[in-house]
Design a protein around this ligand. Structure first.
Ligand code: G3I
Ligand code: 9MR
Length: 581
C-alpha cells in the first residue's frame, strides 16, 4: 500500500541522491529467509524511520525504526543499525531511509550465498599453476598454462651432499599463492586444512557439490579434487632422501604484471627446507591420508603415499628440532645466491606447527608414539593464521573425538575462545564480530573475519547454540558489505565488488572483470604498499587498485576460511532455522 506522499518521500531524495552512493551498508548478496537481517546506516539521518521496499519502490514490505546512534571505534563513522529480521518475504529489495539514497539491492531467500559458496572454492581452480584453464571451466578467464615447473633448481640455501645447488628437480602443479606466481608450503598448510576440514565436517553436503572443474563427475567431491591438485604439488616439495620439505617453489624475484605463460623469469628454485614447512606438510599429509583413504578406488596408493610422506617429514623434524630452522630470507640471502626476494612466510616459532602435526598424525595413525606425544600438546586457543596453526589440531580432535565426553573436552577451549569473540560485541557500531579489536584490520584482515566465522561455526557445532551461527553470519555480512568501506570484498559478488585486485592474471588478461570468487585482503592501516589511499582510518584504509598488495591482493589462505564459512552456513541453514522446509 502506498500513498502519493509516501511515494514522493522515496523518489525526491533518491533523484538528487542517485549520483551519490548510499550510506546504507549491508550484505550485498542478501539474507536467509528466516535468518538475521541487519543493515548499518552511516552518517547523519533526517528520519529514524526505515523501509524495505521492492527495488522499484512501489511496494513497502517492512517498516522499522533505526536503533540509536553509535560512533564506530575505528573511524569517524557514525552508525545507526536497522534490524529487519522479522521480514521473511522472499524476493529482491532495497532499504530506504527518507532523504538518503536507497541501499544496493539485496535478496531475501533460501540460498542467497549458493553462487558464492561455489565461486570461492572455484577460485582455487583459477589459481592452478602448470595447466591451461579451458573456457569450458574458466569461461572468459580461460588462459594458457604457466610455470610447468618441471625444471626447478635446488637453491644454494637448500643444497646438500645428495642434491647440490643447481640440481634439477620437478615441482609441477599446485596453486599460485596469491597475486604472485610463487608456491609456498607454509601458506598451503592452513589453506589445505580449511578445505579438508570443510569436507570432513560436511561430507554429505560436499558430496553433492559440483563446481565445474575438469575433475567434476569423477565420483569424488570436487572440493577434494581441487585440494588434491595442490596436495600432489606439495608431495614434490619433500626431499625423498631425508623427508625434509622445501619452504617454497619460487622465482628469485617477483614477476611483472603479466600472464602466467608470459612469466618466464627463470630459473625457478626450491629453497631451504624449513621446520615450519615440514611440520605443516606432515599435518596436511596425515589429514590427506585419512581423507583420501576413503577414495582408494579413485586414488589407489595415494593414502599410503601421504601417510609415508607425513611420517618421513616428522622424522626430519626430529633430526632438525631447532626453531632456528624456521625460514629467514634475510639470513639465507646473507650467504646463499642468488638472493630470494619473493614472499617469506617467515616464522621462527614452530611450536604450534609441531602441535598441529602431532595431532593430525595421531588422529590418522592412532599409534602409541603419537598418542604419548599428544599428551604434550597444550590446548591452543589462538585465532588461526598462516603462522599460528595450533588451533587447527583442536578442531580436528573435536571432529574425530571417539566419544561425546572427548568431543566436549576437545571443544571446550574453542567454545571459550568463541565466547570471548562475543565480549563487548555491542561496542562494535556495525554489529559484527569483525572489528572487535583494531588488530583485526591488518594485512589480509578479511581472513580474520572469515577465520572468526569458522571459530564461531565450531562453537555452534559443539553447543548447537544458534547465537554462535548468527555471529558467524555477521562476519559474512561484514565481508559482503556491512563495513565502513561499503565494498563487498569478494570479486564478482555484490553491487560494489573489487574490480582491480592485486592479482596478476586479473590485471594482465585483458578481461575487465577480475577473476571471480576471490577475497581481497581488506582495510590495513599500515598500508605497506605506499599506494594512494583516499581513506586511511583503521577500518577504511582500503583501496581498490592493482597497486595495493597490502589491502587489495588475494591469497589462498584468505579464501579458505571463506570457503569453510559460506559452505558451513549453507550446510547448516536448515538445521539452524535460517530456511524452513
Ligand atoms: O607477527 C607480527 C605481530 O607480532 C605484530 O603484532 C603485528 C603488528 O602489525 O605484525 C605481525 O607481523 C605481520 C605478519 O604478516 C604476520 O601476521 C607483519 O606486520 C605483516 O607485514 C605480515 O604480512 C604478511 C605479508 O605477506 C608480508 O610478509 C601477510 O600476513 C601475508 O599474508 C603476506 O603474504 C604474501 C606472500 O608473502 C606473497 N604472496 C602474496 C601474499 C599475500 O599478500
Ligand atoms: O606482487 C607481490 C605480492 O604478491 C606481495 O604480497 C608483495 C609483498 O611481498 O609484493 C608484491 O610485489 C611487489 C614487490 O614487493 C615490489 N615491487 C612491486 C611488486 C608488485 O607490486
Amino acid at each position: 500500500m502506498r500513498t502519493f506522499a509516501s511515494l514522493m518521500l522515496f523518489l525526491l531524495p533518491a533523484v538528487g541522491a542517485q549520483a551519490q552512493e548510499s550510506p546504507v551498508r549491508l550484505n550485498q548478496s542478501g539474507f536467509y529467509t528466516a535468518g538475521p537481517k541487519r543493515a548499518a546506516v552511516t552518517g547523519a539521518v533526517a528520519s529514524s524511520k526505515f523501509f524495505i521496499t521492492t527495488t522499484d519502490g512501489k511496494d513497502t514490505v517492512f517498516r522499522g525504526i533505526l536503533q540509536k546512534e553509535k560512533p564506530s571505534q575505528w573511524s569517524a563513522t557514525i552508525v545507526r543499525m536497522a534490524d529487519f529480521s522479522a521480514l521473511e518475504k522472499k524476493g529482491h529489495f532495497v532499504l530506504r531511509v527518507p532523504g538518503l539514497a536507497p541501499s544496493f539491492p539485496f535478496e531475501i531467500g533460501d540460498a542467497p550465498f549458493r553462487d558464492l559458496a561455489a565461486a570461492c572454492l572455484k577460485g582455487y581452480y583459477f589459481q592452478r599453476a602448470s595447466m591451461s584453464l579451458e573456457a569450458q571451466y574458466a569461461g572468459k578467464w580461460e588462459r594458457p598454462a604457466g610455470h610447468p615447473d618441471t625444471q626447478v633448481l635446488v637453491h644454494a640455501s637448500a643444497a646438500d651432499g645428495r642434491r647440490p645447488g643447481g640440481t634439477v628437480i620437478a615441482s609441477p602443479g599446485g596453486w599460485y599463492d596469491a597475486g604472485d606466481y610463487n608456491k609456498y608450503i607454509v601458506n598451503s598448510g592452513i589453506t589445505m586444512y580449511m578445505l579438508l576440514a570443510a569436507y570432513e565436517d560436511f561430507p554429505a553436503y560436499f558430496g553433492q557439490f559440483d563446481i565445474n572443474i575438469p575433475e567434476s563427475g569423477n565420483g569424488v567431491p570436487d572440493i577434494l579434487d581441487e585440494a588434491l591438485y595442490n596436495l600432489r604439488w606439495m608431495l614434490t616439495m619433500q626431499d625423498p632422501a631425508d623427508g625434509g620439505v622445501y619452504h617454497k617453489c619460487t622465482n628469485a624475484s617477483f614477476d611483472g604484471m603479466v600472464m602466467p605463460h608470459e612469466a618466464t623469469k627463470s630459473p625457478r628454485y626450491v629453497v631451504q627446507k624449513s621446520l615450519t614447512a615440514t611440520y605443516d606438510f606432515a599435518a596436511v599429509m596425515a589429514m590427506g591420508s585419512r581423507i583420501y583413504g576413503k577414495f582408494g578406488k579413485a586414488f589407489p596408493g595415494l593414502a599410503d603415499s601421504c601417510r609415508q610422506a607425513a611420517v618421513r617429514a616428522w622424522e626430519w623434524t626430529e633430526k632438525h628440532p631447532d626453531n632456528r630452522n624456521g625460514y629467514s630470507q634475510k639470513e639465507i640471502n646473507a650467504w646463499a645466491k642468488p638472493p630470494i626476494t619473493t614472499g617469506e612466510y617467515g616464522d621462527r616459532n614452530a611450536a604450534d606447527e609441531r602441535n598441529w602435526a602431532i595431532t593430525e598424525l595421531y588422529l590418522t595413525l592412532r599409534n602409541g608414539k603419537f598418542e604419548s606425544l599428544l599428551q604434550t600438546v597444550p590446548d591452543d586457543a589462538a585465532m588461526p593464521t598462516w603462522s599460528k596453526v595450533g588451533m587447527l589440531g583442536g578442531w580436528s580432535s573435536f571432529r574425530l573425538a571417539a566419544s561425546p565426553a572427548l568431543k566436549k573436552q576437545a571443544a571446550a577451549p574453542r567454545v571459550k575462545l568463541a565466547g570471548a569473540l562475543l565480549d563487548n560485541i555491542d561496542k562494535n557500531a556495525f554489529g559484527t564480530v569483525m572489528g572487535r579489536t583494531a588488530g583485526d584490520f591488518n594485512w589480509g584482515g578479511n581472513a580474520n573475519a572469515a577465520n572468526q566465522g569458522v571459530m564461531l561455526v565450531y562453537a555452534y557445532l559443539a553447543t548447537k547454540d544458534r547465537k554462535y551461527l548468527d555471529h558467524a553470519l555477521s562476519n559474512l555480512d561484514y565481508i559482503l558489505g556491512r563495513n565502513a568501506t561499503g565494498y563487498s570484498f569478494v570479486t564478482g559478488f555484490g553491487s560494489k565488488p573489487p574490480m582491480h585486485p592485486h592479482h596478476r592474471p586479473s590485471i594482465a588478461d585483458g578481461v575487465a572483470d577480475p577473476v571471480p570468487g576471490l577475497l581481497v585482503g581488506g582495510p590495513n592501516v599500515k598500508m605497506q604498499d605506499s599506494c594512494e589511499y583516499q581513506f586511511k582510518e583503521i577500518e577504511t584504509a582500503y583501496v581498490d587498485h592493482e597497486c595495493s598488495y597490502a589491502s587489495n591482493e588475494i591469497a589462498i589462505n584468505w579464501n579458505a576460511p571463506l570457503v569453510y564459512l559460506v559452505n558451513a552456513l549453507e550446510a547448516l541453514k536448515m538445521e539452524a532455522g535460517y530456511v524452513k522446509p
